[in-house]
Every structure is written in structure tokens, then in C-alpha cells.
Ligand binder design. Sequence first.
Ligand SMILES: [Zn+2]
Length: 78
Amino acid sequence: MTSVLLVAIVIGIGILAATFWSVRFIATGPPPEPDLEDILDVDVPYVCTVCGLSLTVTEAHGGEIPSPRHCREDMLRA
Ligand SMILES: [Zn+2]
């Protein structure tokens, strides 16, 4: 009987955590739109090491470009 109660408590805590995360995610809202004047023309090729897909980033929002992800892995610069 105590194991059933323990499982119920764990499930309840999980539901509460998911609810708080959802409310926080909704309350935060989407990130602000990037300033179009800060977008730079770049030419950075990437390749997926899992499936071989390649793509080229042609515009970026200043500074360092974070690697895009494909097949759940960070793509590498070609
Ligand atoms: Zn891939």
C-alpha cells in the first residue's frame, strides 16, 4: 500500500512540475524580434555528421553563429 502511495506522490510531483514549467513558458512569451539592422550577410556552410545533409547560413544576427542541429546533433562547419 505504501508503494502505491509513493508512486502517486511521484506522479503528482511530476504533474505539478510540468504545470509550473508550462505556465512559466507561456508567461515568458516568445523572444523579441531581432533588429533587422543587426542582421549580417554571412556564408557559413554546415554539414550533418549523421545523415550528410549540408546547408549554408547566409544571414545571421551578429557575433558568433550557434551551430544548427540536425538528427539531434550539432552540425559541423564544412
Ligand atoms: Zn542529419
